[in-house]
Write a protein that binds this ligand. Structure first.
Ligand code: AMP
Length: 185
């Protein structure tokens, strides 16, 4: 049985940065569904071609496609020691699909990254100057924040009911936030 830690929070909250650092330190796999999808887009796979416009517009890729991709990834060898999920689940349907495989993978904690919207927009626009991400634009950011509030934020209650949620103030120095999160592992 492998443990999963979910990083849940709006775009730009620093989930990817922290997941990259902590996964290395704790020898866990770092699974970013956004990174996986961007790789599909740049490799021009069938999934990538289907997902490209949605990614650019800041909309979610259909659950069935993301769930299949995630479950295949969880079954690879480097996840045996556990994994950090960065950007999954993003809908109740995705969360339920994870609950269904709880005989193989146990969610040990859900770390919720708290940050206000103005700060997030500022950060994403700043990141967009160097990230090369086609969705780090003003139009796309506003869609991504709305999608987060509508589809993803309800997951906080889903996991609160299971007593799994820990809130982290995601505004501040990367190293300070890292120390806060690291203490949760
Ligand atoms: P991220 O890198 O996590 O910000 O994700 C970038 C984009 O990839 C999102 O705006 C969605 O279009 C897509 N994406 C990533 N993860 C998911 C997911 N779990 N479900 C649906 N779409 C996703």
């Amino acid at each position: 049985m492998s443990n999963l830690v979910i990083f849940l929070g709006p775009p730009g909250a620093g989930k990817g940065t922290q997941a990259a650092k902590i996964s290395k330190e704790k020898n866990l796999a770092h699974i970013s569904t956004g990174d996986m999808l961007r790789e599909h887009v740049s490799n021009g796979t069938e999934l990538g071609n289907m997902a490209k416009t949605l990614l650019d517009q800041g909309k979610l890729v259909p659950d069935s496609l993301v769930i299949e991709m995630l479950i295949e990834r969880l079954n690879s060898d480097d996840c045996k020691n556990g994994a950090i999920l960065d950007g999954f689940p993003r809908t109740i349907a995705q969360a339920e699909s994870l609950d269904e495989i709880s005989n193989q993978f146990k969610i040990s904690k859900v770390i919720v990254f708290d940050a206000n919207h103005e700060e997030l927009v500022r950060r994403i626009l700043y990141r967009g100057e160097t990230s090369g991400r086609s969705d780090d634009t003003e139009e796309s950011i506003s869609v991504r924040l709305k999608v987060y509030e509508l589809d993803t934020a309800p997951l906080i209650d889903h996991y609160k009911q299971k007593n799994l949620v820990v809130n982290i103030n995601a505004i501040g120095e990367v190293d300070n936030i890292y120390n806060l999160i690291s203490g949760e592992f």
